[in-house]
Design a binder for this molecule. Structure first.
Ligand SMILES: Nc1ncnc2c1ncn2[C@@H]1O[C@H](COP(=O)(O)OP(=O)(O)OP(=O)(O)O)[C@@H](O)[C@H]1O
Length: 277
């Protein structure tokens, strides 16, 4: 669904010898959920903006749903990609929350009855029905992120790119959004690319890509990547709780399993450890 080959990108004010993205190549198959992690400033947002043509690379090739990204195809490609940014303020166009969620549907020429239904359903999914007639600018950061996501649910893009779009939500809100995305994936063959510092969001992905200083340095399943323990912090991820507990036990001289443990796995292992004493 997404294919990136030898992508190089520099901002106009950078010198010829500098690159913000350096020789980045990866593929995402249809229906896959890929998380992109990396420390602040490593180039993740720049990569996302290259994917939908908001920024044009120095060199390299991007193919989205079989179309090579060029000046001629950029509008077609943008229609297939729904993007939710960390700070959705700049994305709001409607006078009310409902207008805003409806905006892309109007552009797609969706009939009015269906549009109203899709908007109501999308707002219900993100628990924002009560805010339908409010002004988007007056909402809290987390509410804005929910509305931006509702816009994507209603628009039904083939690809959803989330750029730290759960960062302003509390843990419960984040869990709700992840559940909503899982539901969207179950309803259609949605491809998801999520840029995140949140370990639960990364754990929801099929695959994790690690970006460091503009280069793709590693990729693996969440379990493979999480085994890095404390090094995860350098990768821009918060360390998962079982890994933090494992590190603390190891410091106390306890022999801990080398494999990645989920919270349930950790509870089972601890139970066994205590039972054997
Ligand atoms: N508009 C811009 N002009 C010039 N340089 C920029 C611009 N936007 C970002 N950069 C620089 O490009 C590099 C990569 O930034 P980018 O926002 O892509 O990183 P990121 O990994 O998404 O970071 P974060 O996790 O903080 O969002 C940084 O050094 C940043 O300062």
């Amino acid at each position: 669904m997404i294919n990136v080959e030898h992508l190089n990108y520099r901002y106009p004010q950078q010198s010829e010898s500098e690159l913000t993205l350096h020789d980045v190549s990866f593929s995402v198959t249809a229906g896959e959920w890929v998380a992109i992690v990396g420390h602040n400033g490593s180039g993740k947002s720049t990569l996302a903006k290259n994917l939908n043509g908001l920024l044009a690379p120095v060199s390299g090739k991007i193919t989205v749903d079989g179309q090579v990204l060029t000046e001629d195809t950029v509008w077609d490609i943008r229609r297939k990609i729904g993007m939710v940014f960390q700070n959705p303020d700049n994305q709001f166009v409607g006078a009310t929350v409902a207008d805003d969620v409806a905006f892309s549907l109007e552009n797609q020429g969706v009939p009015r009855d269906e549009m109203l239904k899709r908007v109501a359903d999308a707002l219900a999914q993100v628990n924002m029905s009560a805010f339908a007639t409010r002004e988007p600018a007056r909402l809290s950061g987390g509410q804005k992120q929910r509305v931006a996501l509702a816009g994507m649910i209603a628009a039904r893009p083939k690809i959803l790119i989330l750029d730290e779009s759960t960062s302003m939500l509390d843990p419960e809100g984040r869990a709700d959004v992840l559940a909503t995305i899982r539901q969207m994936k179950a309803d259609s063959d949605l491809t998801v690319l999520s840029i995140t510092h949140d370990i639960d969001e990364a754990a929801s992905a099929n695959r994790v890509l690690v970006v460091n200083d503009g280069e793709l340095v590693e990729e693996g399943t969440p379990a493979e990547i999480f085994q890095h323990g404390p090094a995860l912090i350098k990768m821009g991820l918060d360390m998962p709780y079982p890994e933090r507990l494992k590190a603390a036990l190891k410091r106390q001289g306890v022999t801990v399993p080398a494999t990645y443990l989920t919270e349930k796995g950790m509870a089972d292992w601890l139970w066994q450890l205590i039972s054997n004493k």
